[in-house]
Design a protein around this ligand. Structure first.
Ligand code: ATP
Ligand code: MG
Length: 750
């Protein structure tokens, strides 16, 4: 995969090429005042990633200059997060507090240069004196203190002789600067507080603007990457380093856009509030956007890193759609985890004509996942299916079990409902059913057509598990805090049933529960006696539909009007998709453009990709054929499923059918919803590649067209197409065009 370089990597490359630095040194500088979140993951993957890619080093530095909010539990959480994401920091964990003595000396240096002074205005006065964006500020009368007086006061501040707020140390820069940050910024303030590492040694603590640049310098950092809100602080960063006339090489600050995600709060302050008020179970609650939360929920480090790569690094702030992150984890797990069967809401089925017991060998992985392994599925007269998979009075388009409609039990037999048993209140408590002995999956000769296959578990061997169904923590796109909590973000099911191999064989920690979602054995609460599984993510994006729904109802949003030929700019989310399609999936830009700009189409496409990764053919079928169908329809109204389109694409790629036949099969699918393989078989559409069949046809056509043969042999090679076309026509489009091409060329040249 080749990705174009972001602006930061370009800067690093130029600096290495020009010899400005021998080695790139970055740092990840969190303040240990909360658990790191997904935004930090972006910064981690950027800082550590750049160091790794360019053979440099990355430091982990705790920016611990605020004694009242920091704690060692956060230091540990930050270390865990970096390691879990697969990175290693260079040398020991570093702490700004280790540099307190050096920083103090640098400050004294500035005082001696008359570039810093002790100010004794109150906090309010300082604010008032600073002026406004339109009005210059005024300098404090204390700015004229002598060097001696300043040094004396500063030392006594440090020794704890003054109350909090009595004095501050300020840089003497420019009270009229258009950059408000440059109006004599604060360098130190008095804080009588216990520091978790420095203890009570200091009564003054350096401000970010003073400590950060100098810590970078002390460590030999070359590229100091931070988020955009520090853009105006860059001038102070440079001022401190230049004024102190520090020996080169010196670090430079570069800003990038911070990560924001919709349906998510990201600030540590807000996260802390959720934790402290008990809205969530702790910093590692699987609904939180903390790294610890994702880890506990079952996200993989790869999925988080892929997400960071997908969203890229830019210079403008934007909000990323949380479905991108959900896509990243789904995409990762789809390639990796075993598929098993779990029933969340069990409904008993008694198969009256089945006697005895058998074990069915069933693969853990679908054919397109390059992993091996299978387990035994017990099968007997009594099984459970999900209550949702039976409907007594089915709505239109319901493909599962009904009194009239048989269904396949995944990996096993087709069953038919004989009787619905109800309790006194009319609730369905059991289904009496019948199975078709000759319908066993893999050797089905029953000829019975079903519209879907459902998951099930055998009654006596199934294991009871607790399932925690997590959903988005917030119900609206731009949540402010607790008032926007989604009341349905956690649903606990105590008595779901899972097939026994999940508990006994432990093929993995993560599973796809067929048709339900991806799940993870909770690393804290799981025991073999009382297994607990966390839902990592659903199989498809159910929010996309919910969000879309209002648009299709009467109150249509005002439509943007575009002049013909004019193209609307892509939204951020569309751009992300477009980039993924062109760069990762190598689709041509026209196809990528069509897909990225159409939400229905792209979600259908993504779905199809989950069952088959050969994206180009899937993309072609989706943008050409499926797009037509979706013009005036919702996905739910289609006769066929994305998985069936994937099957169709696969048959084309394997040259079972030609592209032309695929169109014909598609037409049939869109009417009947039948599986493509069945259609191809029923209509005898399998592509012909056998020369023994094709050559006689070619010979016949050559014999019938002596004039054209002569013209071809006299140099009119464009007639090749004529002959190939004739052969294809003769076979009803079933001949393999590539093979025909070769054979015709050969026949005509002999
Ligand atoms: P918060 O506002 O969530 O408390 P912060 O910026 O105060 O975050 P720090 O611990 O100071 O958190 O940040 C450590 C590093 O991570 C900084 O370099 C910061 O720029 C970066 N960072 C923090 N949040 C994000 C984000 N949302 N996207 C990208 N980088 C981030
Ligand atoms: Mg902060």
């Amino acid at each position: 995969m080749h990705k174009s370089k972001d602006f930061l990597r370009k800067i690093v490359e130029e600096d290495l090429k020009s010899g400005k630095y021998k080695e790139v040194v970055t740092r990840f500088p969190p303040e240990p005042n909360g658990f790191p979140h997904i935004g930090h993951a972006k910064s981690i993957s950027l800082n550590f990633g750049i160091a790794r890619e360019y053979g440099g080093r990355c430091h982990l530095r705790m920016d611990d200059t605020n004694p009242t909010t920091e704690d060692t539990q956060y230091v540990e959480a930050i270390k865990d997060a970096v390691k879990w994401l697969g990175f290693e920091w260079d040398g020991p964990v570093r702490y700004t507090s280790d540099y307190f003595a050096k920083l103090y000396d640098y400050a004294a240096e500035l005082i001696k240069m008359q570039k810093a002074y002790v100010d004794s205005l109150s906090e309010d006065e300082i604010r008032e004196y600073r002026g406004t964006v339109t009005q210059p500020g005024r300098r404090s009368k204390y700015a004229d203190r002598s060097v001696e007086e300043n040094l004396d006061l500063f030392e006594r501040m440090k020794n704890g002789e003054f109350q909090d707020g009595a004095h501050v140390l300020r840089a003497k820069i420019d009270m009229a600067s258009p950059n408000m940050k440059m109006r004599d910024p604060l360098l130190y303030r008095i804080r009588h507080a216990h520091h978790f590492r420095a203890g009570d040694a200091w009564a003054i603590y350096p401000m970010y603007d003073f400590a950060h640049c100098l810590s970078d310098y002390i460590e030999g950092v070359t590229h100091s990457l931070c988020t955009l809100e520090f853009e105006n602080n860059r001038e102070i960063y440079d001022w401190v380093i230049e004024t102190l006339q520090l020996k080169p090489p010196r670090p430079y600050q570069y800003e990038f856009a911070r990560l924001n995600i919709n349906y998510t709060v990201m600030s540590k302050r807000k996260l802390l509030e959720l934790v402290e008020k008990g809205v969530v179970s702790g910093w590692d609650d699987p609904r939180l956007p903390t790294i610890a939360g994702y880890k506990r929920r079952g996200y993989t480090p790869e999925s988080i890193l892929n997400f960071c790569e997908m969203i890229g690094v830019a210079k403008a702030n934007s909000v990323v759609d949380v479905s991108q992150l959900e896509y990243a984890i789904r995409d990762d797990l789809n390639k990796k985890v075993p598929r098993v069967m779990c029933v969340l809401d069990p409904l008993k089925i008694t198969i009256e004509n089945y006697e005895g017991y058998e074990e069915i060998d069933a693969s853990y992985y679908p054919h397109d996942v390059p992993k091996e392994g299978s387990r035994k599925l017990p099968f007997s007269k009594e099984i459970y299916i999900d209550r949702e998979d039976f409907m007594e009075n089915p709505e239109k388009g319901y493909f599962r079990l009904t009194p009239e409609q048989p269904v396949r039990l995944k990996h096993a037999y087709i069953i038919r409902c004989k009787e619905v048993v109800k309790d006194a209140d009319g609730n369905i408590v059991e289904i009496k059913a019948e199975y078709y002995p000759e319908s066993k999956s893999g050797s089905d000769t029953s000829g019975i057509k079903v519209k879907s296959a459902i998951q099930w578990v055998e009654a006596t061997s199934a294991r009871k598990i607790e399932v925690r169904l997590y959903d988005r923590l917030f119900k609206n796109e731009a949540p402010q805090g607790i008032e926007d909590i989604n009341p349905d973000s956690l649903k606990v099911i105590k008595d779901a049933l899972v097939e026994p191999a999940v508990i006994e064989e432990k093929a993995d920690e993560r599973f796809q529960f067929e048709r339900v979602g991806y799940f993870y054995a909770d690393p804290v609460d799981y025991t073999d006696e009382a297994p607990v599984f966390n839902k990592i993510v659903a199989l498809k994006d159910s929010w996309a539909k919910k969000k879309k729904a209002p648009e299709t109802t009467a109150k249509a949003a005002p439509k943007k009007v575009h002049t013909e030929g004019e193209t609307a700019p892509m939204s951020e989310a569309e751009q992300v998709l477009f980039d993924r399609y062109t760069k990762e999936l190598k689709l041509n830009s026209e196809v990528a453009n069509t897909l990225a700009r159409d939400q229905k189409l792209s979600s259908f496409f993504e779905e199809a990709l989950r069952s088959y990764h050969e994206s180009v053919t899937v993309a072609n079928i989706v943008t050409n054929e499926v797009a037509r169908e979706l013009k005036n329809k919702e996905i739910s109204a289609l006769q066929f499923q994305p998985g069936q389109i994937a099957e169709l694409a696969k048959m084309v790629d394997e040259e079972t059918i030609s592209t032309k036949i695929a169109k014909q099969v598609f037409e049939e699918m869109s009417k009947s919803g039948e599986d493509p393989a069945k259609i191809v078989e029923a209509k005898g559409l399998v592509q012909i590649s056998d020369p023994d069949v094709i050559v006689p046809i070619i010979d016949e056509i050559i014999a019938k067209n002596p004039d054209n043969v002569a013209k071809y042999r006299n140099g009119n090679t464009r007639l090749l197409g004529f002959f190939v076309g004739q052969v294809l026509k003769n076979t009803g489009g079933k001949a393999n065009p590539k093979v025909v091409n070769e054979l015709v060329t050969k026949a005509l040249s002999s």
